[in-house]
Design a protein around this ligand. Sequence first.
Ligand code: IPM
Ligand code: MG
Length: 360
Amino acid sequence: MAVRIAVLPGDGIGPEIVREAVKVLEVLNKRFDLDATWEEAGIGGAGFDEAGDPYPEATRVLAHASDAVLLGAVGGPQWEALDKPLRPEAGLLGIRADLGLFANYRPTKVHSQLLDASTLKPAVIDGVDILVVRELVSGIYFGQPRGTDTVDGERRGYNTMVYRESEIRRIARKAFEAARLRSNRVCSVDKANVLEVSEVWRSVVIEVHQAEFPDVELSHMYVDNAAMQLIRNPRQFDVIVTGNLFGDILSDEASMLTGSIGMLPSASIGEQFAMYEPIHGSAPDIAGQDMANPLATILSVAMMLRFSLNRSDLAEMVEKAVEHTLDAGVRTADLAFAGEPVVSCSAMGDAVCSALEALA
Ligand code: IPM
Ligand code: MG
């Protein structure tokens, strides 16, 4: 029976990068034995323009009826003046919450071919292989109360960083489970020297560790130190588990170890649903110019094959095709260093497809 994929291109470079990822799915259908169908729907600004809602009902229905969701990116200056619930970001947070996608996996692997593309020294980043496990549907992104008001004649804004024990326990379990399949080390990142929410976070992580995963090595780090250590000595990390806001920030930082934020895929997984998206944003400044890097989205398809479609074999093929493309020196603008020739987004997609066909 064919697997069903909901394809949500979104805004900015979203449609361009998703188009290349869909080309890869087409090759897998035609030349390998994937049996996938897909249907597109609006999300973010595109959802608002189509249906007046950044997470339209039709998109919700499609996502619920699919085996997996592939998302591009959301956001752009033309929607910034809208009321908060109508903005593109509300659509992304809306679908994450609606599908219960509490575990966000962001693998940061340095590709040896791109050692020189990083702003850090090759000797520091060679061999880096980190998995950031970010809690995705709670924390300060969703905590109540939140809002803006006026106090003593001045404007005030506030949010609440809150975690319940059950929310910490389930993300901690995912991190320990992931670590067992890797180098068996988890570093939990918090701000327990200042924040009560982090005190609870840390004690629950310790409890889960002692009760269920004593074989995994657990350490704790304050988020400011973690930000520094990621640059100082990134190879010390295996799995990093952290809350929504810290994970958002640290995963962008970690992405630069690989040379470009355009390389990082992600998987967001809940009890019933899963969504795959690059960690980068919609890059409105380069949208429509066919110059974005589609590899993060293509690698997100690999994660989808592995985690939702039960096709690790095909996931490996896609990852291999990306490696071969990088081996051949094909570079989008974000990956090229001084004077290297660059290819367009669509040419990068084509190159990966040819490399994939060569593996068939
Ligand atoms: C990400 C993005 C989103 C987030 C934005 C677009 C709302 O930065 O997926 O990391 O903050 O989660
Ligand atoms: Mg982010």
